[in-house]
Write a protein that binds this ligand. Structure first.
Ligand code: MN
Length: 230
């Protein structure tokens, strides 16, 4: 029997307590989809990215603080909880996953890292322009997204419209190279990005790991990702 796909997951980091942090829901979702999750710490691993990547069948980038705007050639305006070490590792992981056609599934902050790594930029604070963040409990679906036909995201959901949760104050501004938009909220905020030049290179701005147990449709994302890693 073929071994289960090994999925590398990036955690958050709290510089004050000097602890790595990861919501267990990410781990549960990958396990339920048939993958074996392993956490990748960031400790000056930039020069060992190839060694790390060859061990994994796929990479999942998780939510967290903001990316240093330096990476998209802007000065910080409303950035919060920046961990430059994390930016550095994740940006390299995205670039290498794209180059080596290694499956990548990027959630929330991950979607933003994916875009920046591919040369795109971010809206630094959506909420100074429109109300987009939700105050409702994490597993409540608060806004609609419109999914483009002919995208990987559409293939997974097989729906033009779904409702999602929303816990982000930043979003894709200028789209990175070789990426396309696969979903948008009705207010125009980009909620999904992917690449046609890669078999599974997908970013979503919502948090499916907080939804998949209650709303079965979101499990399809993890299933498609882990299957794509086989
Ligand atoms: Mn949203």
């Amino acid at each position: 029997m073929r071994r289960k796909p090994l999925i590398g997951i990036t955690p958050s980091f709290n510089p004050h307590s000097e602890k790595f942090l990861l919501d267990i829901e990410y781990v549960k979702a990958i396990q339920k989809a048939g993958g074996v999750p392993l956490i990748i710490p960031y400790a000056d691993l930039k020069n060992n990215i190839d060694l790390i990547l060859e061990k994994f069948d796929g990479i999942m980038l998780t939510g967290g603080g903001d990316i240093l705007p330096f990476y998209y050639k802007e000065e910080p305006k409303k950035t919060k909880r920046v961990v430059p070490e994390r930016d550095e590792l994740e940006i390299e992981l995205v670039k290498k996953c794209f180059k080596n056609k290694k499956p990548l599934f990027a959630i929330c902050r991950g979607c933003q890292v994916m875009n920046v790594a591919m040369g795109g930029s971010l809206i630094q604070d959506i909420n100074s322009e429109i109300e987009h963040d939700q105050s409702a409990y994490y597993d409540k679906l608060t806004h609609t997204i419109i999914i483009e036909k002919g995208t990987l995201l559409y293939e997974i959901f097989k729906k033009r419209e779904i409702k999602v949760n929303s816990f982000h104050h930043q979003a894709v501004k200028k789209l990175g190279k070789d990426l396309k938009v696969s979903a948008k909220a009705k207010d125009g905020i980009i909620e999904g990005i992917e690449s046609e030049k890669h078999p599974f290179f997908l970013g979503v701005q919502f948090h499916p790991e907080l939804l998949f147990e209650k709303h079965k449709i979101f499990f399809k994302l993890f299933k498609a990702f882990v299957d794509g890693c086989r």
